[in-house]
Design a protein. Structure first.
Ligand SMILES: [Fe+2]
Ligand SMILES: [Fe+2]
Length: 358
């Protein structure tokens, strides 16, 4: 008998009283909440959304005039899914995306936190990120890792603003009640000491060799600091004659050289080439994705919504929504990252080809 069936008045009154008494004990009957606990498919609150670079950039420059990185801790414009509040830090799924920017001469002071982080450089050249004693000068399209609990700071030593897309597993860390943060307090508190040469992590771990006398700090985190745009883009083009993935074209995952897995334990990142005239098949999966247009233009159909994108735009595809991509006119390169390692780790990853055929 369902809860909505007509009941004799006395039984209804007894049930209502029973439910009220349970409520006062912080107990809820499952039979009143079956729709949340047992559903045929995920009910996804996050919605598809696109943030356009032409809208973000002027706000970034205004923000540069209004607040310093020191006042802000990190001057980041959080991209919050329209379905959620800022405190959730949810851009989509279990991942966060935000636009961080530094004006010429600015420094973002050193700190560390338990959420894992990564950057994809949107614009500018000449800023550095320092992680655990190594500095890397960042260029447009570079992919930089900042794994959990590593000291990191950024500085802009160039004469132009520098912007990048921050990616973190912040919503997951918050969900687990495991979010820790610490400011660096040695010296001037701004910059950690640099004691490794530039490129150290590549020479040590990123070229198919590793130091035989040294163990990595944490094998689930990639020890490579900077995956250079020119190298990664070259890889896509080297494989461009292949069929690639029917759903994503020539797509390659950034990997942790220690285990071949994702670059961070919770986030996998990808670079993909959509060739001229390419239009992928549709599919859906339980991982959620943040896309950033690194090069070119094109479109993505997400559910029933079509997003036409161009270089610098960022858009999201929530779990279990069917989607397909195409390049427009020329070729396009998309950077993306997903929470798939979390789903994989616990058996929640599911994927299905769509009904639509491009
Ligand atoms: Fe940070
Ligand atoms: Fe997909």
């Amino acid at each position: 008998m369902s809860a909505t069936t007509q009941l004799p008045n006395d039984l209804k009154a007894q049930r209502d009283a029973f439910h009220e008494e349970l409520k006062a004990m912080s107990i809820t009957p499952l039979w009143l909440n079956l729709a949340t606990a047992a559903q045929n498919e995920p009910k996804v609150d996050a919605v598809p959304h696109i943030w356009r670079w032409r809208d973000i950039k002027p706000m970034m420059l205004r923000g540069g005039d209004l607040i310093s990185p020191q006042e802000a801790e990190r001057r980041v414009l959080m991209l919050i899914n329209p379905s959620f509040e800022a405190k959730s830090a949810r851009t989509v799924g279990m991942i966060f995306g935000g636009i961080q920017f530094l004006m010429p001469g600015e420094i973002a002071d050193s700190h560390r936190h338990s959420p894992n982080a990564q950057r994809f450089i949107i614009e500018g050249e000449g800023s550095y990120t320092a992680v655990e004693g190594e500095r890397t000068i960042m260029k447009k399209g570079d992919f930089v890792t900042t794994p959990a609990w590593r000291w990191h700071d950024h500085g802009n030593e160039s004469d132009q603003p520098m912007a990048w897309l921050d990616g973190l597993d912040l919503p997951f860390a918050n969900l687990l009640d495991a979010n820790f943060f610490e400011d660096y307090v040695e010296g001037d508190g701004q910059m950690q000491p640099i004691y490794r040469q530039e490129g150290d992590s590549i020479h040590r771990w990123g070229r198919g060799m590793r130091p035989a006398w040294q163990e990595p700090i944490e094998p689930r985190q990639s020890p490579v600091l900077n995956y250079r745009w020119t190298d990664c883009r070259d890889n896509l083009h080297a494989l461009r004659e292949e069929e690639g993935s029917p759903f994503d074209g020539i797509i390659m995952a950034y990997v942790n050289p220690l285990n071949g897995g994702p670059t961070l334990p919770t986030i996998s990142a990808y670079l993909q080439l959509l060739r001229k005239g390419e239009h992928t098949r549709s599919h859906r999966h339980t991982s959620s994705t943040i896309y950033h247009v690194a090069e070119g233009g094109g479109g993505t159909l997400v559910g029933d919504t079509e997003y036409l994108w161009e270089e610098g735009d960022t858009f999201v595809i929530p779990s279990w929504v069917e989607h397909e991509h195409w390049s427009d006119g020329g070729e396009a390169v998309l950077f993306s990252y997903t929470d798939r390692p979390i789903l994989n780790a616990f058996g929640f990853y599911r994927e299905a080809a769509g009904d639509r055929r491009a």
